[in-house]
Design a protein around this ligand. Structure first.
Ligand code: PTJ
Length: 249
């Protein structure tokens, strides 16, 4: 296996470092090859957004944090990509807000679940996922598996980089669904009650740094459709304004 040494001086250092994390965890069996494809799609949307959190995404993050901290059984779902890209930030989040994480996979295997749970345990956090004793109704196959104590009985679920079919099934269960997906057009984003269009690592960094006075009450008047419309407009106007190559920053 070739390990890429990325010099800090490289202008694309952060992006390359995120890719390297995915490749490393692909080699250890946590990320799937399909996860690498998903990341490429996310990167393309992030490029259009300027690889930074838009003011609209930040509003959705404040609303999401308000909702999660007010819910009685909030759960954050963790898949291979989320673990690789934002594992450390998710640990900080879970500890800071006392919110449970559950390893939950689209490309299900017992071995991958165990690896993700163990990875978080090594980072100092016990997470759910090894005791999958329930199923998300309406989904075929092992991708429906989840824990009764976790996602199954959650009132609010945050699902980063989720498959649209599973997002829809969680919605049908009556849950309040918070999505994280850089693609505002995805089926997943469309099933969100709050659809965060931002990079998963930035989402957790932002939520970890928010002060209560900044997010408190933000879920009450949050208009998700309007927020996503603003993001689509932002993407459109960024593309529209680029009549020539923009400055390289
Ligand atoms: O680990 P598993 O088996 O649970 O599988 C995880 C993946 C992500 C492979 C699985 O859920 C999947 O196939 O997802 P999709 O259908 O490819 O959707 C993933 C979405 O995440 C896409 O719409 C991407 O735009 C988006 N995405 C990719 N990278 C990021 C992202 N969104 C936020 N932050 C990212 N870094």
């Amino acid at each position: 296996m070739i390990k890429l040494e990325i010099p800090k001086s490289h202008p694309r250092y952060e992006s390359l470092r995120q890719r390297e994390k995915l490749v490393t965890l692909y080699n250890s069996g946590i990320v799937t090859i399909s996860g690498l494809i998903s990341h490429g799609r996310g990167e393309a949307f992030d490029y259009i957004l300027g690889e930074r959190t838009s003011e609209f995404a930040l509003e959705s993050e404040k609303a999401a944090l308000d909702k999660l901290t007010k819910s009685s059984r909030p759960v954050v779902s963790v898949n291979g990509n989320a673990a690789a890209l934002a594992g450390a930030e998710m640990v900080e989040f879970a500890k800071k807000y006392n919110i449970a994480l559950e390893a939950n996979l689209f490309h299900w295997s017992k071995e991958r679940i165990e690896k993700i749970v163990d990875m978080f345990e090594k980072m100092g956090l016990k997470i759910l996922g090894k005791n999958q004793d329930e199923r998300i109704p309406g989904l075929d196959g092992p991708r429906a598996r989840c824990e009764r104590e976790g996602i199954f009985s959650a009132d609010t679920v945050l699902i980063p980089l989720e498959d649209g079919d599973r997002a829809e099934a969680l919605k049908r269960m009556g849950k309040f669904v918070i999505t994280v997906d850089l693609n505002p057009l995805s089926r997943t984003s469309r099933f969100g009650d709050i659809s965060i269009v931002d990079d998963v690592r930035r989402v957790f960094i932002n939520m970890n740094n928010l002060e209560k006075k900044d997010y408190s009450g933000k879920s009450q008047k949050f208009d998700n459709s309007k927020n996503v419309q603003e993001i689509l407009k932002l993407m459109g106007s960024r593309l529209e304004s680029m009549r020539e190559w923009p400055e390289i920053d």
